[in-house]
Design a protein around this ligand. Structure first.
Ligand SMILES: Cc1ncc(COP(=O)(O)O)c(C=O)c1O
Length: 401
């Protein structure tokens, strides 16, 4: 029976929500509707690159709202050209399709993989190689590419055409490609986010690039969570000195305004042609202005290098604070994408962190995930560590469930 004293929600109950409603923010701080202040070490899950209410970003969006929010892709949209040119410049790739979210960027990438298989490789049933631990979104195709049976449950039949490989095992990849000769693309997150902050190792990424080149396959790197400066380079794969053929982006690109992008290199740039793909909202002037301003502010304020430095500071504070602590499996990640893996499920830490006025995430049951805004200051990094470390230590003193 529903509790009659609790007002009924008219929002579909698809999320387990914490009992707090946020009202406004500034920088890395947010306040709830009762006026309590929190330190944001989550950035809306790697979205609020510039934190909250960034003065220059806010002014640019206000200007854009007063001019033009949406037209249609029936017309030229100069801001699309501007943002695409910048993404091409910082990635070294060739062209961009704009959409509205991470799953849409990945869905489009999967369509490119299929069409490349048909048109370029002459396959009749193209397959995509995906990985254990992957998360690519919740549409039917991206859910099928995802490796989490919990979130796939109830949605069978899944979309066919996926072959799954273990991460960081190049010999297994080659064996699976031999066994599935109609594979047209290799698709993975450069650093797995929802799967528990699991980086694809540099030698593995280099190996995948080699294998994709030898077999004329597309290498598609999902940088929805790890891209846009978060790891201390514009894109996480740049640490490996390689380039993908297809790179889906979203999250941090609009610093809070919904946006997605599929950035393509020469092998993939011509696969989709007029009439093959489209979206009503994708690339609208408001989202494009958000992307243009986010990248411009990141560049003028040196936020990519800053993210790298702040990530090192946070990683060092956590490693030092947790050294020798029983129950800590590993502190890992790159830049401001950090996971602390414990030896037990730790979802209860979400509420405890909230009580300590800190916003964090727990993913893959046992991994505390930190994704602060890229504008985070050294003092705020120290504050994140100071609030979080005692919670972890106290939690690990409790009997293991
Ligand atoms: C790596 C990765 N890909 C895709 C997605 C899906 O993005 P969205 O939630 O915008 O659909 C996410 C979301 O967490 C993600 O982390």
């Amino acid at each position: 029976m529903p509790d009659p004293t609790v007002p009924m929600s008219h929002v579909m109950p698809t999320y387990g929500r914490l009992p707090v409603a946020l009202s406004h923010g500034r920088g890395c701080r947010v306040w709830d509707i009762a006026g309590t202040e929190y330190l944001d070490a989550l950035a809306g899950i790697a979205v609020n690159t510039l934190g909250h209410a960034h003065p220059r970003f806010t002014a640019a969006l206000q200007d854009q709202v007063g001019k033009l929010i949406h037209t249609s892709n029936y017309y030229q949209v100069p801001l699309q050209e501007q943002l695409a040119a910048k993404l091409v410049e910082i990635s070294g790739l060739q062209n961009v399709f704009f959409c509205n979210s991470g799953l849409e960027a990945n869905e489009g990438a999967l369509k490119i993989a299929r069409k490349y298989g048909h048109d370029v490789l002459g396959f009749d049933i193209p397959q995509t190689l995906v990985f254990e631990g992957a998360f690519h979104g919740r549409s039917l195709a991206t859910l099928s590419a995802t490796a989490n049976p919990k979130i796939q449950a109830g949605f069978a039949p899944l979309v066919p055409g996926f072959v799954r490989a273990p991460l960081n095992d190049i010999a297994a990849v080659e064996r699976l490609l031999d066994a599935n000769p109609q594979t047209s693309a290799i698709f993975l997150e450069t650093i797995q986010g929802e799967g528990g902050i699991n980086p694809a190792r540099i030698e593995f990424l280099q190996g995948l690039r080699r294998v994709a080149d030898e077999r004329k396959l597309l290498l598609m790197l999902d940088e929805v969570q790890c891209g846009i400066g978060r790891t201390g380079k514009w894109f996480a794969h740049q640490w490996a000195g390689i380039q993908p053929d297809v790179m889906p982006l979203a999250k941090g690109l609009g610093s809070g305004v919904p946006i997605g992008a599929i950035v393509c290199g020469p092998k993939a740039a011509g696969v989709l042609t007029a009439g093959n793909h489209g979206t009503t909202f994708g690339g609208n002037p408001l989202a494009m202005r958000a992307g243009v301003e986010t990248l411009a502010i990141m560049e003028s304020d040196g936020l990519v290098a800053h993210a790298g430095l702040m990530g090192e500071r946070l990683g060092a504070a956590l490693r030092e604070g947790l050294a020798g602590q029983a129950g800590v499996v590993e502190v890992r990640g790159q830049g401001l994408m950090i996971g602390i893996e414990l030896d037990r499920p730790c979802g209860v830490l979400l509420q405890r962190a909230l009580d300590a006025k800190l916003l964090i995430s727990v993913t893959a049951d046992r991994v505390i995930r930190l994704l602060p805004p890229l504008i985070v200051s050294p003092a705020e990094i120290d504050e994140i560590a100071a609030r979080l470390l005692p919670l972890i230590k106290a939690f690990l003193q409790e009997p293991k469930p």
